[in-house]
Design a protein around this ligand. Sequence first.
Ligand code: 0WD
Length: 255
Amino acid sequence: SISLAGKTYVIMGVANKRSIAWGIARSLDQSGARLIFTYAGERFEKSVRDLVATLDGNHELILPCDVTDDQSVEQCFAAIKEQAGSIDGLAHCIAFAKTEELAGNFSDTSREGFLLAQNISSYSLTIIAKHAKPLMSEGGSIVALTYIGGERVMPNYNVMGVAKASLEMSVRYLAADLGRAGIRVNAISSGPIRTLSSKGVSDFNSILHEIEEKAPLHRNTTPEEVGDTAAFLLSDMSRGITGETIHVDSGYHIL
Ligand code: 0WD
């Protein structure tokens, strides 16, 4: 694996051991990086702390960060600055939509549900980038997670597909904005993976089955595969890449 010894990264969005953020955490931990974790609310604190204790490295900074709350984000990054000084990058692995809007007719999407999905799943990247920027004075790398439902219509992905389209465009505008500061911003478009969040997508099993049937590699994506690509994007190996969306999806997107 890539060596990330001496580097510090913030990982946002570990909910449990199935989280894609956890796959990223394991890859970065194996590469020798120092990690800082953020979780959404109190109910996730214990499970995140217990999981982090199982990693090889000693990662002590584990902080709350509710991305719907400007003050929470500001306080989180102030604490990171105080306790870690600078960081080399960040992984944004956060999304949310109401379960009832991940099924049925897209035209039934409520205003509130639409705005909630955009707020947590897309706008959050921008406010995080704003607060992370001063901590990356030597340059850095930001990675966000997206899904092909943000490029093409996929069954039941609905309001989240629109939020992912917005997230992917935010990646490009942020890349253009932060490039002068030596900060790169990229997305990983992951194939479907069974997690807490994906459980909310109606008929998720058929989506997994379709990948096995049709994707060039005829198997589903693992969190480790996404983790290793994130390690690459967060490392200097990818120094020429910004504003990009890399598909880690067994090749499904070419079909
Ligand atoms: O098939 C999949 N699972 C795919 C997921 C395919 C392609 C992309 N993705 C994306 C998701 O859309 C998301 O952006 O990967 C990212 C991570 O999702 P996941 O690993 O599938 O889901 P999960 O394990 O439920 O993690 C989602 C996180 C949780 O972590 P924390 O530790 O923060 O609780 O998003 C968090 C949620 O709690 N989250 C929030 N974090 C901060 N503030 C908020 C919030 N207000 N709301 C939800």
